[in-house]
Design a protein around this ligand. Sequence first.
Ligand code: OFO
Length: 170
Amino acid sequence: MNSKVERALNEQIHAEFFSFYLYLSVAAYFTSHHLDGFSHWMRIQAQEESGHAMKLFDYLIERGGTVQLMALDEPQREWDSPSAAVEAVLKHEQFISQRINDIVDLANGENDHATTVMMHWYVNEQVEEEATADTLFHQVKMVEGSPHGLLMIDRELAGRPAAADASAQE
Ligand code: OFO
């Protein structure tokens, strides 16, 4: 497989596993602030991120590439407020979207059509991930200073169903 694309996909596996770590860290933050619905939602998102990494992992192997796992940085653990924690997630998703777009550009430039097509799944996924994080951020901002509003959102987030297995999705 094309070595530049192989490197970029390995870096993306690393970025998705860092997403997993970040969401887990945000989940732990919310647990320590007794917002268990937020924590539940972040834990499920962490599972989704692990699925995103594994989908790339499987694809690399299928194409005859070599998987190279890299060390993960320690994620941030504390935020000034619930909205700051959700904003960190939103900013991270915007960063991931940029990375995905860069991989699509690279695959196009290298005429790696299979990777371009596979990465379209991630392009679509990022539209959803950014929109969800953006809505949550604005809702949390709206109720800032109102424990009642925050608890209402918390109750809603507690209902998030388990993550679908991204690595099994076409
Ligand atoms: Fe993998 O989508 Fe979020 O980071």
